[in-house]
Design a protein around this ligand. Structure first.
Ligand SMILES: Cc1ncc(C[n+]2csc(CCOP(=O)(O)OP(=O)(O)O)c2C)c(N)n1
Length: 378
């Protein structure tokens, strides 16, 4: 038989039936960020929660201003301010139960403090001290992570392990828009969805990764859309609307706790200050853009809602500001004390059991320090 005759005899069988693995529609984020303040939905929000959020947002803003001032006084090595992002920071932390875990990035000191960590201890790393500064187990807050997105796989690992052990724990992992371009972001989301781990990923889209705007970071319709590719729910929320952030986060935490798996939330917000005290934001963005976001300020939005519904008056506003001043004065006073650090301590906490190499290095440093002291005495 010729080749042509063979071809003519070939009867292709139909391919194995292809079934979509799931309907992607319920995973898709809404077209618009979710909003509560200034809408009819605000009437249903718990007044006590709104007042609590307000007091903490005012404190958070004051904390940002004070920490930035401390960098100028040489008391803090660096501070990545979250001014403009206080609603994300605080409402997200308040959506967790005490038994849950928070995995923050370097910008998330306000969320860390909202979990109950001492405001001074939350700045230890940014002061240049070699240890985290707080006990991660005391408030179930992982160390502030400087390498972008590395906190995400850690959160997935902890949440998955907790589920295997039968512990009722949800992990909230926070990351910036720039962090979504990291391999760790992809690996964490993929593992979380495959394992149905009880994790909530919160991306604070504050417009920039240092000087790189979002348009140069991703071609996705929104960062929340990335969820669909992993098979998890994507949610979009107005990150300056504390009530909306609290609602969306609480829903995602409940969903994870009930065994529904992870959620990716994009909170649309804006970084009002520069990236850190070492950055000059005027080199890559205009005043008009910043001014437009100042009009959509998270404290202003909440204050308008509360005063409009007579849940807050001038006296209440003054009390919140006074409380924030007291916190700032305490922070200033305690950060102005010189820490007493033992140089030999740098070898502690590296391994549970120090290696022979570390012991050798520690002995060398000890000898050097003692020789120095001897020299000083002579
Ligand atoms: C793995 C890694 N690469 C690069 C950096 C340097 N770096 C520090 S902050 C930053 C921008 C991050 O932007 P984004 O994730 O949007 O967070 P934001 O600072 O806006 O909160 C970069 C590139 C880093 N810290 N870690």
């Amino acid at each position: 038989m010729t080749v042509m005759e063979q071809r003519g005899a070939y009867r292709p069988s139909p391919p194995p039936a292809w079934q979509p693995r799931m309907d992607p529609a319920p995973l898709l984020p809404d077209a618009e960020p979710h909003r509560v303040l200034g809408t009819e939905a605000a009437a249903k929000a718990d007044p006590d929660l709104l007042r609590r959020l307000y007091a903490q947002l005012v404190r958070g803003r004051r904390y940002n201003a004070q920490a930035t001032a401390l960098t100028k006084q040489g008391r803090l090595a660096v501070y990545p301010s979250s001014t403009g992002q206080e609603a994300c920071e605080i409402a997200a932390a308040l959506a967790l139960e005490e038994r849950d875990w928070l995995f923050p990035s370097y910008r998330d000191t306000l969320a860390v403090v909202a979990r109950g960590v001492d405001p001074v201890e939350a700045l230890t790393l940014l002061r240049g001290d070699w240890h985290t500064g707080y006990d991660p187990y005391a408030h179930r807050v992982a160390p502030l992570s400087t390498p972008l997105a590395t906190q995400l796989p850690h959160a997935v690992g902890l949440a998955h392990a907790a589920r295997l052990k039968g512990d009722d724990v949800v992990a909230l992992a926070m990351v910036g828009d720039g962090g979504t371009s990291e391999g760790d972001f992809h690996e964490a989301l993929n593992f979380a969805a495959v394992w149905q781990a009880p994790v909530v990923f919160l991306v604070q889209n504050n417009g920039f990764a240092i000087s790189v705007p979002l348009a140069k970071q991703t071609a996705a319709p929104s960062l929340a859309h990335k969820a669909v590719g992993y098979g998890m729910r994507g949610r979009l929320v107005d990150g300056n609307d504390a009530a909306a952030v609290h609602e969306v986060l609480s829903d995602a935490v409940r969903h994870a706790r009930a065994g529904g798996g992870p959620t990716l939330i994009e909170a649309v917000t804006y970084r009002i200050d520069a990236h850190t005290n070492a950055d000059d934001a005027t080199r890559y963005r205009g005043d008009a853009e910043v001014a437009a976001w100042r009009d959509h300020d998270p404290i202003l939005l909440l204050e308008r809602e509360l005063t409009g519904r007579e849940l807050l008056d001038e006296e209440g506003i003054a009390a919140a500001r006074e409380d924030a001043e007291t916190m700032a004065a305490d922070l200033r006073e305690r950060m102005n004390r010189d820490p007493r650090l033992d140089p030999l301590d740098i070898f502690a906490h590296v391994y549970a059991e120090p290696t022979p190499q570390l012991q050798e290095q520690q002995a060398l440093l000890r000898a050097e320090l003692e020789a120095e002291q001897e020299g000083g005495r002579r």
